[in-house]
Design a protein around this ligand. Structure first.
Ligand code: MN
Length: 134
């Protein structure tokens, strides 16, 4: 059975790009367009991993990550934060919110599937995952 990834992204073009990319790599994709919908779907679907945009209406990625990581039901789901602004301190802020990993736009279509695969494998062996990412 294929692993399920929840994409939380308000921009339609980015959503479609990520969906097509991940489906091509064999994942089942669930889509949400803002943080609030993302949290609802994370609870109802319990995906294997979440790709979370940061700048979104209704509820931004920081708040959504904090809520998901503060909730025992969703805390174990790995989250990759996807952001278009790479300012000094952003990575620290995302990690403080509870993101497991951080990638910046534009989406690198070769790196993203590799990182997702590493993170999913890391749930079985975190040491192996860290080595894979170097
Ligand atoms: Mn956005």
């Amino acid at each position: 059975m294929s692993q399920r990834i929840l994409i939380v992204e308000d921009n339609r073009a980015n959503r479609v790009l990520l969906r097509d990319l991940l489906e091509y790599h064999g994942y089942t994709v669930i889509l949400a367009t803002d943080g609030e919908e993302g949290i609802l779907l994370a609870h109802s679907e319990i995906p294997d991993l979440i790709l979370m945009d940061i700048q979104m209406p209704v509820m931004n990625g920081y708040s959504a990550i904090e809520q998901l990581k503060g909730d025992p039901e969703t805390r174990a789901i790995p989250i990759i934060a996807v952001t278009s602004f790479a300012m000094p301190g952003d990575e620290d802020r995302l990690m403080a919110a509870g993101a497991d990993m951080y990638i910046s736009k534009p989406i690198n279509t070769r790196d993203v599937p590799r990182l997702i695969n590493s993170l999913l494998k890391g749930r079985e062996s975190s040491e192996e995952s860290e080595n894979t990412l170097r």
